[in-house]
Write a protein that binds this ligand. Sequence first.
Ligand code: SAM
Ligand code: SF4
Length: 359
Amino acid sequence: MERQEIIQLLKLKGTERTALLQRAREVKIKEVGNKVYFRGLIEFSNVCSKDCLYCGIRKGNEKVLRYDAKDDEILNACRFAWENRFASVVLQSGELSSPAFVKRVDDLLKKIKQLSNNELGITLSCGEQSLETYRRWFESGAHRYLLRIESSTRELYYKIHPENDHHSFEKRLEALASLKQAGYQVGTGVMIGLPFQTYEHLADDLLFFKKIDIDMCGMGPYIEHADTPLYEHRHVLMSKQERFDLALNMVAVLRLLMPDINIAAATALQAIDPAGREKALAVGANVIMPNLTPCEYREEYQLYENKPCLDEDAELCRNCLEARISLAGAEIGYGEWGDSKHFHQRNKTNIILRNHQQK
Ligand code: SAM
Ligand code: SF4
């Protein structure tokens, strides 16, 4: 698909849009099936060294009470996931790179593997780290990593991040390359409906995903947070409904562009529409992240306004999702890792190429 064609698709409304969403649904079912895979999300710490201008838990937000869940609490959440046949968890946190943090995550990975008889798949989402750290965590059991590029346009990136060495666009790109080098299934994504963002930026984001050949994607609407610097630009935002609709168009176009990757139904969709995640599943997404963060911490992990499920414990959340997914006409892949088909495909191709070069 050319850039111009993508822009046209992103702008579609009415019956033409319905046809796009329907086509994406068909491609999803043909390429990756109709199963939805669970990744139990554990937001284990909101301590962050960064100051991204959009994020409610940025370092500079002094209103946030900082927490660090105890190992036992994290392991209990993992045990719940394993016993309920979620098959995978996502460990997410603010970004720290101290030796103590690196070791802590490393120890947790080993304990999670141990408690689940090596069965739980582990995705990490702990920000930018060195290649050495990524390798260490990979060897200890993590096999997928989510690091959103946030925007693939350098200029826009610096409108939503401070322009300094600690928020470097080039380092973000390097981190994505390091993740691939370390052997992870690599996921990235962007926020949709940011101030100053255009259809052209979003089309370039989709082409960027294709160019760096991602295995997974998580993207959802940008939602403003009053205690962040970007809030002052709220007057230039599209309405929340427009951001939501555009996010679904992005999911659909990405499914057409990269038919065999895993696409997550972002939680932020549900902050706008109670059935938001199910709507994304119906047009191309095939992964959902039920929140397993201990309830007492959820208030303090508010990246944006109206973050859903603040008081819904893991059991309630599972029951609620089961009902919603069956209503959406899909099946839950209980007990299955549901790895990115694209990842396995690209590994196969790499092996064939390597063998060919050796001959
Ligand atoms: N600290 C890690 C990082 O930044 O990669 C992982 C955690 S971070 C909270 C996860 C994602 O939350 C970010 O990649 C960002 O896209 C999303 N996020 C933060 N603030 C948001 C907002 N106001 N609206 C929508 N998504 C937001
Ligand atoms: Fe920290 Fe991630 Fe939020 Fe940026 S997006 S402030 S790195 S938690």
